[in-house]
Design a protein around this ligand. Structure first.
Ligand code: HEM
Length: 276
């Protein structure tokens, strides 16, 4: 009985998948999107970029849910956070995920960047992807900074005051940028509104297309060091070595060595090596 139900469920889901594939091609598209060859050596390290992608997606999702209750005004911000933590359904869980995943996001980005650096993944033709990555890193740091003030408690308030004080000492533009962020001379209602707008609208709107560009460039060049990248290079290297070997034998021939027999042997050896 249970066996029959199991078989019928499998058949029904297979039918559904085939039906969708036939009409939309979505299964092939997903396969193409999800599978990326990576070098065999240290393959786990290549999951770090996906870990960053996963945590930032969690941030977007839990952030949207928090917006159902969060009120970005100096009178209500802290109270609304308190409400989320004590009364709202799953509020504590959702805020907890938003908080911890923000921390993990920063750690994963650092590790991902380190992995790309030490594997040489930033070299030509992937420089532009590195630059996109650096911009993403700065924007994510911006997310952390602006998010901290939103809870409007003593921690977030003073951390923002100190952060902005440090930023105001940046040469030339520091003072102007901080004055704009504050919306006045001190942290107040205008600051909270601006941080909210930047945290919830501006930065996510910049980050989402940049992640798209990052993944597009990744797909364009493949992961650095994958086998398929080397197949082509190794074939070229063998060809060059073969030509160099010929050139050496022809030089020998000028010195009066027998020509035909040696060239034949070189040909045969080259053939055997290629066929390995
Ligand atoms: C929101 C932030 C980011 C996301 C979602 C993200 C996502 C990814 C993913 C999924 C990969 C492919 C798998 C892998 O190699 O781990 C990747 C590769 C890459 N990432 Fe990122 N990344 C981010 C930030 C960064 C940063 C901060 C840098 C460097 C400054 C960077 C530079 C690169 C480069 C150069 C590659 C290609 C590596 C290769 O071909 O071996 N990324 N990224």
């Amino acid at each position: 009985m249970i066996g029959r139900i199991k078989t019928q469920t499998v058949e029904a889901s297979q039918f559904l998948v085939d039906w969708m594939e036939h009409r939309t091609g979505i299964v092939t598209m997903l396969e193409h999107f999800l599978y990326e060859p990576v070098p065999k050596r240290g393959a786990w390290l290549y999951t770090l970029g996906s870990a960053v992608l996963f945590t930032i997606t969690l941030q977007f999702l839990t952030g949207i849910l928090l917006l159902f209750y969060y009120a970005p005004t100096t009178d209500d911000a802290w109270n609304s956070v308190e409400y989320i933590m004590t009364d709202a359904y799953f509020g504590q869980l959702i805020r907890g995920i938003h908080y911890w995943s923000a921390n993990f996001l920063m750690a994963f980005i650092g590790l991902h960047m380190g992995q790309v650096f030490f594997s040489g993944g930033y070299k030509s033709p992937r420089e532009l992807n590195w630059i996109v990555g650096v911009i993403l890193l700065l924007l994510v740091v911006g997310l952390s900074f602006t998010g901290y003030l939103l809870r409007w408690d003593q921690d977030g308030f003073w951390a923002s005051v100190v952060g902005m004080k440090i930023g105001s000492y940046s040469p030339f533009v520091g003072g102007y940028v901080i004055h704009f962020l504050l919306g006045g001379d001190v942290v107040g209602p205008a600051t909270l509104s601006r941080f909210f707008a930047i945290h919830v609208w501006l930065l996510p709107a910049m980050i989402a297309p940049l992640i798209g560009a990052h993944l597009f460039l990744l797909r364009r060049h493949g992961v650095f060091g994958s086998e398929f990248e080397y197949t082509d290079r190794i074939a070229k290297l063998h060809e060059r070595q073969r030509l160099e070997e010929y050139a050496r034998y022809e030089a020998d021939e000028d010195e009066g060595e027998p020509y035909v027999g040696r060239r034949d042997r070189a040909d045969r050896e080259g053939y055997e090596r290629d066929g390995e």
